[in-house]
Write a protein that binds this ligand. Structure first.
Ligand code: FES
Length: 99
């Protein structure tokens, strides 16, 4: 599959798979597929951790679930466990949460 778009953000894989698994899709779904955006889902989230495609909402969910360190976020989401270049952003997200 080739995806051409104005940025490097890809639509959610699950959404794409669900469309390709069907025999037919609606006109609205066809348009959404060509645009690379789910009709009701909005734009894909920019990943904070590019290595594992982990976005801010998933990291915030991990923090809400009790992760209080970059290492804990890594254990929960894999973010920050490869090249480590996203660790400053993970620390910033941790710091943005009221104690
Ligand atoms: S960008 Fe997060 S580990 Fe590489």
């Amino acid at each position: 599959m080739i995806f051409l778009g104005p940025d490097h953000l890809l639509p959610a894989r699950d959404w794409l798979v669900s469309l390709f698994e069907r025999d037919r899709i609606t006109l609205a779904e066809r348009r959404a597929l060509l645009a690379g955006l789910p009709a009701e889902g909005g734009a894909p989230e920019k990943p904070v951790c590019v290595c594992f495609g982990v976005g801010e909402s998933r990291i915030r969910a991990a923090i809400d679930a009790g992760c209080v360190s970059v290492e804990a976020i890594g254990t929960a989401t894999q973010a920050g466990t490869n090249c480590g270049s996203c660790k400053p952003e993970l620390r910033a997200l941790l710091a943005s949460v009221p104690a």
